[in-house]
Design a protein around this ligand. Structure first.
Ligand SMILES: *[C@@H]1O[C@H](CO)[C@@H](O)[C@H](O)[C@H]1NC(C)=O
Ligand SMILES: *[C@@H]1O[C@H](CO)[C@@H](O)[C@H](O)[C@H]1NC(C)=O
Ligand SMILES: *[C@@H]1O[C@H](CO)[C@@H](O)[C@H](O)[C@H]1NC(C)=O
Length: 484
């Protein structure tokens, strides 16, 4: 749609000065009439924006096409100049006419007009107004995952994009651009069938044993790729991550959110405080969906200490084949959590190997008691999805999607989650024995040992014990158990 003659879309920048006034005027009417919804905008901000646009204060850059921008960022977090917002990544969304979707971390009280500066191959730059789509889930925090939508034109083949809150005196060479990803659409022949998106790693998380066990179980279930966003982690886990990256299983994205904001360690603003829910978990999950939209047939969204486990099928492939055949229109499968308290141990001690005792972290094979599902309360869940049917996601459910959603019965598929106890009053007898994980032990135990051995985790810990003046006898004991 074009607001006026000679005024290409809503981009006034590329025009001659004479028709500029007319274009701005028409654009104003265009915004008001076509609907970028101003009701959410505080009055002062609206005035601020209007005064910026007053023709007498405008100094438009006459022609941007011969400027070549030098800065294409590889960072995952880029501040938007003169605002409180941050750019994360940009994707072409083929489901809405190739509109560019920029995933951002957006300060909710800093709403003002924003403009997309789109680099079009061989065509210079296209400037359009950004439509602001704030995700509905924010758990009360001031910063929130938000999509900025930039409409393009048929003659523009968009390659990069950035956001500005000015419509005039654009200094293109100084601006930082995001590459536009997903430029090609694909409906089959994906590189992977299953990819896991693990949102955020932060603090000094060093739960090596549970992580290695989890990845090795996932590999047995048919997972080919795991994507993780790393803010920080403990020293041993860092080695494990590098190992899996070299092996090709793990794709790591650096996520230094703590250098820009004061991220919350929890999910509830009233209690946990901070700028942003759980180190930006909602943002990274949404980024993971778009990043893998044309790379993976299905995505699993779960936390680092969770395994989405088929209870009746040997692999995820078989599970999804069945689910999808029975429910062809479903693109979102909601999987209920099963909690295995890490303080309750099996009696037999069958997998309580001494060599695993010296590895930091939880041995999930020791925990075979799970809590019964509470009736009439909210039970957390995680998601298996066809990413091409999802627009926006939260942690336990999706926010916007095409197609249908199915709650998968827990006896068909559940999340195995070994963690702190939730229902403290229950005695061991009231818990349910669930040895599902043991079915994988034949391959799982040697695979886990192989990783820990290759990494030298056993030796490292023994050396540490030795330096600490551990009595010789104990050390040799450790060396013995360290070599399975
Ligand atoms: C952005 O795209 C345009 C058009 O393809 C190109 O001329 C420009 O160099 C690109 N900018 C960066 C930073 O790569
Ligand atoms: C994905 O699954 C299909 C069968 O549904 C199989 O033919 C194909 O080889 C699998 N792709 C990969 C990368 O494993
Ligand atoms: C994870 O992030 C921390 C902090 O930036 C960094 O020191 C570490 O090398 C990263 N680890 C990996 C495997 O990328």
């Amino acid at each position: 749609m074009c607001p006026g003659q000679g005024c290409s879309s809503i981009s006034c920048i590329l025009m001659e000065k004479t028709s500029l006034k007319k274009c701005i005027f028409l654009s104003l009417i265009f915004f008001v009439v076509t609907g970028i919804n101003f009701t959410n905008y505080p009055t002062t901000k609206w005035h601020f924006w209007r005064s910026k646009l007053h023709p007498s204060t405008l100094h438009p850059t006459a022609d941007l096409s011969h400027h070549s921008a030098a800065n294409l960022t590889e960072q995952n977090i880029t501040p938007i100049k003169d605002t409180k917002h941050f750019l994360v990544s940009a994707y072409k969304d083929h489901r809405i006419d190739g509109t560019i979707r920029i995933i951002t971390i957006f300060r909710r009280d800093d709403v003002r007009r924003l403009y997309c500066i789109i680099g079009c191959a061989q065509q210079g730059y296209l400037v359009t107004a950004a439509e602001i789509d704030i995700h509905s889930d924010h758990f009360g925090f001031p910063y929130q995952t938000t999509d900025l939508l930039c409409k393009t034109e048929p003659k523009c083949d968009p390659t990069n994009v950035t956001i500005s809150n000015f419509l005039y005196s654009l200094d293109i060479p100084d601006m930082i651009f995001l590459p536009i990803q997903n430029r090609e659409r694909k409906e089959h022949n994906f590189k992977h069938n299953f990819t896991v998106c693990i949102s955020n790693l932060f603090g000094t998380y060093n739960n090596v044993l549970q992580f290695v066990q989890t990845i090795e179980v996932y590999k047995l279930l048919g997972i080919e790729k795991v994507v993780i966003y790393n803010t920080s982690c403990g020293p041993d886990l860092d080695k494990v991550l590098q190992y899996y990256r070299e092996e090709g299983t793990l794709e790591i994205h650096q996520w230094p959110i703590d250098q820009f904001l004061n991220p919350s360690k929890g999910w509830k603003f009233q209690r946990d405080k901070g700028d942003l829910h759980y180190y930006g978990q909602l943002t990274t999950l949404n980024d993971c969906i778009y990043r893998n939209m044309y790379r993976s047939k299905y995505l699993l969204l779960n936390d680092i200490d969770e395994i989405i486990m088929p209870y009746q099928h040997a692999t995820l492939e078989h599970l999804l084949e069945d689910l999808q055949r029975q429910n062809p229109t479903v693109g979102v499968f909601i999987i209920q959590n099963r909690f295995f308290p890490k303080t309750v141990f099996g009696d037999e001690g069958r997998f309580s190997f001494p060599r695993w005792k010296i590895v930091p972290g939880v041995n999930i094979l020791e925990h075979i008691y799970r809590e019964p599902v509470k009736k009439d309360v909210y039970n957390p869940s995680k998601i298996i999805m066809n990413p091409r049917q999802v627009v926006q996601t939260s942690v336990h459910s999706v926010l916007k999607n095409y197609g249908d959603t199915l709650r998968v019965p827990p006896d068909v598929c559940s999340v195995v989650h070994v963690k702190d106890r939730l229902q403290r009053r229950l005695s061991k007898e009231q818990l349910i024995v669930d040895k599902k994980l043991w079915e994988y032990q034949k391959d799982l135990v040697p695979n886990v040992d192989h990783v820990l051995n290759t990494l030298g985790i056993y030796e490292r810990i023994i050396k540490y014990a030795y330096q600490k003046d551990t009595p010789l006898q104990e050390t040799s004991q450790l060396i013995k158990v360290g070599k399975p």
